[in-house]
Design a protein around this ligand. Structure first.
Ligand code: TXA
Ligand code: MG
Length: 325
């Protein structure tokens, strides 16, 4: 058995025991794999931050098994937060709410008086969280600034010996992280675009929802989610000319987009084309990894329309493009 095989398991009971004993256990969610630690255990959290390479002031999301656990962690959440929890949990939505003291460690919240809470929509994650019975802090299971993992082997490739166990639930269904909504003030504000669309939030709340908040959160820094390859965002009609130019300068170039790159030079590597925007979100990080594995210098990306889940894809592409330019 290889080292990677020894780390990967489908045994939820074993994963729960390891978490309760203070271990770092990666687990699947519908968005991306999380790197879990008991949110009440200071030592486990200290190790989590060290392994991620994440600044201590950046809070992590606390995952729980059901919406009725919100009040365990939150101090009088506003009515609209309850509406969102009822509508979208389990699901790819994180609610930032005023924190109830003495429930999770200060380390999980980066010392803030708010806490990010989420109920993930994945059967193995829900089983795991129910068995653990307390909040599980889980940032995406990648090192700080790297591309989030959407399969168990991605987690092992990125973290190697620094994770105690990886619970394997197959490839993630959504592929980009949860939408984060700040519910700590009088009106909801989207802090990070993600798996629940702004259109869905508006429909449920019956009001407009502000987007783009100032917060020192890693997923909201401009250069995040970046592969080693340089990411260039181009319009569909520009791919052929740009690919030819890059080929002349000797760069290994690949293309990702919904349309075939008509008229491009034969040297342009085609990464398997997503059929629609949902698939685009699902495969985005895997394609970025593939580009790196194939030694690509420049990844020419044609973004999808910025509607629905496409808005989250475009957001991640902008960050990837800025991170490496
Ligand atoms: O889909 C997801 O959300 C995945 C899966 C594993 O659940 N998790 C994830 O975690 O993306 P992470 O740590 O990579 O990103 C969490 C984001 C960060 O930008 C963090 O700063 C923000 O959530 N966050 C967490 N708690 C917060 C708080 N109290 N106030 C503001 N931002 C918060
Ligand atoms: Mg992350």
């Amino acid at each position: 058995m290889t080292r990677a095989e020894a780390l990967i398991t489908t045994d939820v009971g074993r994963a729960a025991d390891r978490l309760c004993a203070g271990g770092l256990v990666a687990f699947p969610t519908e968005t991306v794999y999380g790197l879990g630690a008991d949110a009440t255990n200071d030592d486990a959290l200290r190790r989590l931050y060290a392994v991620k390479g994440r600044p201590a002031a950046h809070p992590v999301i606390v995952h729980v098994a059901s919406a009725d656990r919100l009040d365990d962690l939150a101090e009088s959440p506003p009515p609209y937060a309850r509406v969102l929890a009822a509508a979208f949990w389990p699901g790819p939505l994180t609610l930032v709410v005023g924190r109830r003291r003495g429930t999770v460690s200060d380390r999980a919240t980066g010392g803030r008086d708010t806490v990010g809470v989420r109920v993930p929509d994945h059967p193995l994650a829900l089983d795991l969280l129910a068995r653990v019975g307390r909040g599980v802090a889980a940032p995406s299971a990648n090192r700080f600034g790297c591309v989030s993992p959407t399969t168990a082997p991605h987690v092992v490739a990125g973290l190697d010996g620094d994770v105690d166990l990886v619970l394997d639930g197959g490839p993630c269904r959504i592929g980009v992280e949860s939408t984060i909504v700040d519910c700590s003030t009088g009106a909801p504000r989207v802090l990070r675009l993600g798996g629940i669309t702004v259109e869905e939030l508006r429909a449920v709340l019956g009001t407009d929802v502000a987007t783009g908040g100032a917060t020192a959160a890693p997923g909201t820094l401009p250069s995040h989610y970046a592969p080693k390859a340089r990411v260039e965002m181009v319009a569909a009609g520009e791919v052929a000319a740009r690919a030819a130019e890059l080929a002349r300068s000797g760069r290994t170039t690949a293309h990702l987009g919904l349309e075939p790159p008509d008229g491009a030079p034969a040297s342009l590597l085609g990464l398997a084309r997503p059929r629609d925007v949902d698939e685009y979100a699902r495969v985005l990080y895997a394609r970025m990894r593939e580009a790196d594995e194939r030694g690509v210098d420049v990844l020419l990306v044609v973004p999808p329309p910025a509607r629905g889940i496409g808005a989250a894809v475009v957001d991640r592409l902008h960050r990837a493009a800025r991170g490496t330019s």
